[in-house]
Design a protein. Structure first.
Lengths: 237, 237
């Protein structure tokens, strides 16, 4: 087995962004583990989550698997890019159902990733969560999505506090995308102007830099990804 | 049966603040319904929630009960004062469990109250949710609590938008207490300076004024309750 330069865990490793991250990290010679509902065949280890399990059941199952996969080894980064999108305001027939889904997909995964980071991150390692630029303001057309992402933003700030429970010198960030250039978004918004969509490779490369301790933003940053004319710039909040 | 001046639904009607609200509203001749895990004997109607039911099961059950209790009648106010408190940072043994509890107690109840308000609130009625002043900043010592309350703050703003799904002219607020003067807080913090705690009667009277369309803050307000030397003042965010 070739030597690796470090270990990364990707929560949501079978999603579009997660898959791109795993491929990119592997090419940089990192060992990469994936946590997701389905297996990522390229990952060095897979931890599968039962969609129908409670949050606490998911925690117990994941921590047990991590113990056997990692033992006493530590991680350079926990990257949580799990999540999804659902629309609707408070009068939508699916409002409660969609909000439930957003809490499960985004908040549960972020909370579990935070718990994992507190146990397995190396001192000075990073935890990255996924918020949304939209949730910095009101989101009446997608209320469940907005409230879930807003909770992740506040979680990020709490984790960055020296009393937030992460190992010494570890840092917590959230990325706040507008629209990611995923196959699903291409499929469902075929006429959209994709020059304002953020390429997944850009995000993976950004993570790689941070993991290598290059160009890290201040601890607790909410990092907006603003893409215009196919160029992405960062805006720190 | 005596004529009532209007109808109010209190979500969390068996808790300390909810009970005080119900007693206060009844004394003002409102019809008051309670939603909670346990019955409030003074309420005109009780809708009981099964603690172990999923969010979607709770929604189905509550809406079915509301249909039989209210029929085509509408509410002047939906007051959601359900919630709880749990501490811990990301490295706490109970971090995930406590966060789960905070999501259920605070976020689920607020989301269900929002759904109810979209269906049963009169035009110009009010929905009040319960946030927390602490969650306007980082909450490293009580991460689950903070992220749950932060999501309620953002939810409040989305609901106040004209496209948020509430009936025409309805308004959404959150109260942001610091510490409420409840029997539980008296019991667990026996040596605290209670002159900075907000009396439950103050909050009930504040709600009554808003319900009567007196001194309402701007739609979407996060209303901080600042108590000093037994005097409470409001600060709008």
């Amino acid at each position: 087995m070739a030597a690796t330069v470090g270990k990364i865990l990707v929560y949501g490793g079978k999603g579009a962004l997660g898959s791109t991250c795993i491929t990119s990290f592997l090419s940089q010679k990192f060992w990469v583990g994936s946590i997701d509902l389905q297996q990522n065949d390229f990952a060095n280890a897979n931890i599968l989550v039962d969609r129908d399990a409670s949050l606490i059941e998911q925690e117990v199952s994941i921590l047990k698997s991590l113990d056997s996969v990692l033992g006493s080894e530590k991680l350079d980064a926990v990257i949580c890019v799990a999540g999804g999108w659902a629309g609707g305001n408070s009068s939508s027939a699916d409002f409660v159902k969609n909000t439930d889904l957003m809490l499960k997909q985004s908040v549960w995964s972020s909370v579990l990733a935070s718990s994992i980071a507190s146990k397995y991150l190396k001192p000075g390692g990073i935890l990255v969560l996924t918020g949304a630029k939209a949730a910095l303001a009101t989101t009446p057309g997608m209320i469940g999505y907005g409230l879930a992402k807003a909770s992740i933003h506040q979680l990020t700030k709490s984790l960055a506090d020296s009393n937030g429970g992460l190992p010494a010198g570890a840092q917590a960030y959230s990325i706040l995308p507008v629209t990611l250039d995923t196959p699903m978004n291409r499929k469902w918004m075929p006429k959209a102007d994709t020059s304002t969509w953020t390429p997944l490779e850009f995000v993976a490369e950004l993570f790689t830099k941070w993991i290598k301790n290059e160009e890290r933003p201040p601890n607790g940053s909410l990092v907006q990804l603003n893409t215009k004319e196919n160029k992405t710039t960062l805006e720190i909040a």
